[in-house]
Design a protein around this ligand. Structure first.
Ligand code: ZN
Length: 190
């Protein structure tokens, strides 16, 4: 049996910000199970694991304090909770397309993992697709969080236009001092 083909895919998740270890463990386990899966119950169990991964993913990024005034959704209501999360982390009209795509991706992966969970005619190949798109979704959320928490994402030097920026120590105020590595120009992030 060859090595888990999803493992390198899952490995990509470790780039950048740490996402929940529990999520990575679940995806690795699903990958192992997929390699051995033959019977329909074993195929269905891949769908179940993808489903659980999605619930855990959204729960992991769902910050209930941010959604105080909002309707309370059940933990398993991945679509509605996911929409709140996506609206929080992707803001602005310039990101409308990304917001829409992330919602479509989330809803599509959720629906498909439910199909795999309940179908009695799907094969290992569909289960593999299900796991692949689940990994892609988890990875996309990780990138989303990286962008959200990256203090210099989208900034450029006001002097030379370079994006080679670093956050410098600022002893005087709490504000972020950004230095351009290209021209050494320093400025405070507004
Ligand atoms: Zn510069």
């Amino acid at each position: 049996m060859k090595a888990n083909k999803h493992d390198s895919c899952i490995e990509q998740i470790s780039h950048g910000a740490e996402l929940s270890m529990g999520l990575r463990r679940k995806l690795s386990l699903a990958s192992e199970r997929l390699n051995e899966a033959v019977e329909i119950e074993e195929i269905q169990s891949i769908g179940v694991m993808c489903r659980e991964t999605l619930i855990e993913l959204i729960d992991y990024v769902y910050d209930s304090d941010s959604f105080d005034g909002e309707e309370k959704f059940k933990k398993s209501d991945v679509k509605n909770r996911g929409e709140l999360v996506i609206n929080k982390y992707i803001t602005g009209s310039e990101n409308a397309e990304l917001r829409k795509n992330m919602k479509n991706l989330l809803n599509g992966v959720w629906d498909y993992s439910n199909i795999i969970t309940h179908s009695s005619s799907k094969t290992k190949h569909e289960a593999s697709i299900c796991l692949t798109i689940t990994v892609a979704l988890v990875s996309s959320f990780e990138n989303l969080l990286n962008k959200y928490f990256d203090p210099i994402a989208g900034l450029k030097c006001k002097e030379c236009g370079s994006r080679r920026l670093i956050v410098a120590e600022n002893d005087e105020t709490e504000d972020l001092l950004i230095i351009c590595e290209n021209c050494q120009h320093g400025f405070i992030k507004e």
